[in-house]
Write a protein that binds this ligand. Structure first.
Ligand code: NAP
Length: 284
C-alpha cells in the first residue's frame, strides 16, 4: 500500500482517545489505495481536554475532515456550525467536515452503519416488524434509537443498568421509546431486534445478562462490540439458534459514507472486511 504523499494530498483522519487500535486508518487507506485517490487517513489522539481547540484549529480545511470516536462525539457536535438532522437526533457527531469557508459541518453515520449491518447479515429483517430492544443508554444507544425510529421502528425499548440515564434518553425521543428494568423479561417479549449497545463483552468478557429466550425465535441479535468478533453475547444467541449480526459490519457501514464525504467518491469494492478480520486476528 505504498503511496507518494504530495503537496496536493487530501488529509483526513480519526480523532479519539485512545485511538491507536482503531481499524479506521486500515479501512480508509485500503480504499484510498484501491481507488487511486491522492489522500491519506491518519489517527489523532488530542488530549481529552483539548479536543475543541484541536478541531477549531482545523477550520479552513487544511485537514478535510475527521471521524470522531469516544470520548469526543458529543463535543464534536457542540462545536459544529452546521449539523445534519441525524447527528442532531443522535446527540453526537462521528464525522466533522472542515469547509473551505471556515465552517465546520457535523454528521453522524453510525446509524447508517447499524442499518447496513442488518441488511448485510440479516437479510429479510424488517425494522418495522416489531419493537426493538436496545441494551445500554450511552452515545451508541442514542444513535441506534435515532436510526431505528427514522427507519420505521414502531417502538424502541431501552434496558440499562442506570435507569435515570435510560429515562433521560427516552425522554428526548417521546412515547415510542420506553424504559424497561434489566430484570424485566417483558422487555424482550415480541421484539424483532435486540442490540447490545453497552460496552459489556469488549475484550472477551461476559455480555449483557439479557434473558434472550424471552424473545421470539425470529429475533435478530446484534452486538456493537467487535473485539472479539463473536462476543459471549452473540455466542449465547447462536446457542439458542437465533440470527446474529456482529459489530464489524456496523463499523464498515459508517465508514463508507464517511469516506465518500471526506474524499468525494464511494469506496471501491474490495474485501475490506477480510482485511479487518486479519487485523483483529493479529490483535490489531
Ligand atoms: P458509553 O456512552 O460509555 O455507554 C456505555 C454503556 O454501557 C452504558 O449504557 C453503560 O451503562 C453500559 N455499561 C458499561 N459497563 C456496564 C456494566 N458493567 N454493566 C452494565 N452496563 C454497563 O459508550 P458508547 O459510546 O455508547 O459505546 C457502547 C459500545 O458500543 C462500546 O463497546 C463501543 O465500542 C460500541 N460501539 C461500536 C460501534 C461500531 O461501529 N460497531 C459504534 C459505536 C459504539 P450505565 O449507563 O449504567 O453506565
Amino acid at each position: 500500500m505504498s503511496r507518494a504523499i504530495s503537496g496536493l494530498t487530501t488529509v483526513a483522519g480519526i480523532a479519539g482517545a485512545p485511538v491507536a487500535h482503531s481499524l479506521s486508518p486500515l479501512i480508509h487507506n485500503s480504499w484510498l489505495a484501491a481507488a487511486g485517490i491522492d489522500g491519506v487517513y491518519v489517527a489523532f489522539a488530542p488530549p481529552k481536554d483539548r479536543f475543541a481547540a484541536f478541531a477549531e484549529g482545523l477550520r479552513g480545511g487544511s485537514v478535510r475532515g475527521l471521524n470522531v470516536t469516544v470520548p469526543f462525539k458529543e463535543a464534536a457536535l457542540a462545536l459544529a456550525d452546521r449539523v445534519s438532522d441525524r447527528a442532531r437526533a443522535a446527540g453526537a457527531a462521528n464525522l466533522l467536515l472542515f469547509e473551505p469557508d471556515g465552517a465546520i459541518a457535523a454528521d453522524n453515520t453510525d446509524g447508517l452503519g447499524l442499518l447496513s449491518a442488518l441488511v448485510s447479515q440479516a437479510p429479510g429483517f424488517e425494522v418495522a416488524a416489531g419493537p426493538a430492544a436496545i441494551l445500554g443508554a450511552g452515545g451508541a444507544a442514542r444513535g441506534a434509537v435515532a436510526a431505528l425510529l427514522a427507519a420505521g421502528s414502531p417502538e424502541v425499548r431501552i434496558v440499562n443498568r442506570t435507569r435515570e440515564r435510560a429515562q433521560a434518553l427516552a425522554g428526548s425521543f417521546g412515547p415510542t421509546v420506553r424504559v424497561f428494568a434489566e430484570a424485566d423479561a417483558e422487555a424482550l417479549a415480541g421484539v424483532c431486534l435486540i442490540v447490545n449497545a453497552t460496552s459489556l463483552g469488549l475484550g472477551g468478557g461476559p455480555g449483557p445478562a439479557a434473558a434472550l429466550q424471552a424473545a421470539p425465535p425470529s429475533v435478530v441479535v446484534m452486538d456493537m462490540v467487535y473485539r472479539p468478533l463473536t462476543t459471549e453475547f452473540l455466542s449465547r444467541a447462536e446457542g439458542l439458534g437465533l440470527a446474529t449480526v456482529d459489530g464489524l459490519d456496523m463499523l464498515l457501514g459508517q465508514a463508507g459514507p464517511s469516506f465518500e464525504a471526506l474524499f468525494g467518491a464511494p469506496p471501491p469494492a474490495i474485501d475490506v472486511r477480510g482485511l479487518c478480520l486479519a487485523a483483529l486476528e493479529e490483535g490489531g
